[in-house]
Write a protein that binds this ligand. Structure first.
Ligand code: PMV
Length: 309
């Protein structure tokens, strides 16, 4: 085995289409500069996972994920220690669990002297992500496997369809961090409501798909006001799907009040992060910070950096 070995993967932001993407509709996402790194070293005894993330300290899932990844790569999990260093907030909807899955796979593949192909990496990443929540669409591992901050259009499948979406200009976003929450609970709750009334939910998913397509055209054209409207329409549909939360709606209202062109939850919802599109994101972020909200300003989707296959 080649030890020590390292693997890195990026977080992501879902611009439009979360939740409906689990049911086969398209979604848009972009990679984040923020990411997560895993280092594998040799140690005695059972497999150990150490993390700088307080939220993972008592969580058995990273060790389960690492053991399954090791076995999938033909490695004996015993005798390995994995150290996670993360620049991503956990439970925010920024894809930390998928980034963990991809970074662990890359580190263990490097230890095994293997290079995983893209499709194999995505299929394994999705299987591992299921340890964190039951019905993953695969969009998080697909975005985590990207380099750069380009936008992708994603449709689930075996393998998924991942296409680069070059944008005429960078898309300036404020990410406002709300209270951490569980993606699994939000995805599971929606699944139960869908089982109870499929027709209503399928109609809502179709409306999300139409908003995603309109948003994709706006992003390609660099039309920020139209993309902002798509954010607002998507947020209204996410509320109708029951995956929003009062904290999320307070943040979207505050962002719009501070001059954002549109705002919505991102990722699993029910709390977590909100994204706001703004021509002057630093100003919106400064206003939100006066309300004790933690913010990150990013510019995603630059045409030169979009590198999806
Ligand atoms: O909360 P996150 O970052 O894991 O994003 C989940 C996105 C969902 O569409 C809600 C679920 C999925 O697997 O696509």
């Amino acid at each position: 085995m080649n030890l020590p070995a390292r693997g890195r993967a990026a977080g992501k932001v879902i611009l439009l289409g979360e939740h409906a993407v689990v049911y086969g509709r398209p979604a848009l996402a972009a990679g984040l500069g923020l990411g997560l790194e895993v280092e594998v070293t040799a140690s005695g005894g059972v497999l150990r996972v150490e993390s700088d993330l307080a939220s993972l300290a008592d969580d058995p899932r990273p060790a389960a994920l690492a053991a399954e990844a090791a076995r999938a790569l033909g490695l004996e999990p015993g005798g390995l220690t994995l150290r996670i260093r993360s620049g991503l907030p956990a439970g925010a909807g920024l894809g930390s669990s998928a980034a963990l899955a991809i970074a662990v796979l890359r580190a263990l593949a490097a230890a095994a002297g293997r290079r995983l192909g893209r499709d194999e990496e995505l299929a394994l990443g999705r299987r591992l992500e299921a340890i964190f929540h039951g019905h993953p669409s695969g969009i998080d591992p697909a975005a985590a496997a990207e380099t750069g901050s380009g936008c992708i259009r994603f449709v689930r499948g075996e393998p998924p369809t991942v296409t680069a979406l070059p944008t005429a200009r960078p898309l300036p976003l404020v990410i406002a961090l709300g209270p951490p929450r569980s993606t699994g609970a939000a995805v599971g709750g929606l699944r139960a409501r869908w089982e109870a009334d499929r027709a209503r939910h399928e109609r809502l998913f179709d409306q999300v798909a139409a908003v995603v397509e309109a948003g994709a055209r706006a992003a390609e054209a660099g039309d920020l006001p139209a993309l902002g409207r798509a954010f607002d329409e998507n947020q209204a549909l996410l509320e109708a799907l029951g995956v929003s939360a009062p904290e999320v709606e307070a943040l979207t209202a505050a962002a719009r009040g501070a001059g954002a062109l549109g705002a919505k939850l991102t990722g699993g919802g029910a709390g977590g992060a909100v994204i706001a599109l703004a021509a002057e994101p630093e100003r919106v972020a400064a206003t939100l910070r006066t309300r004790q909200v933690e913010t990150i300003v990013v510019r995603v989707g630059t045409a030169e950096e979009g590198k999806a296959a």
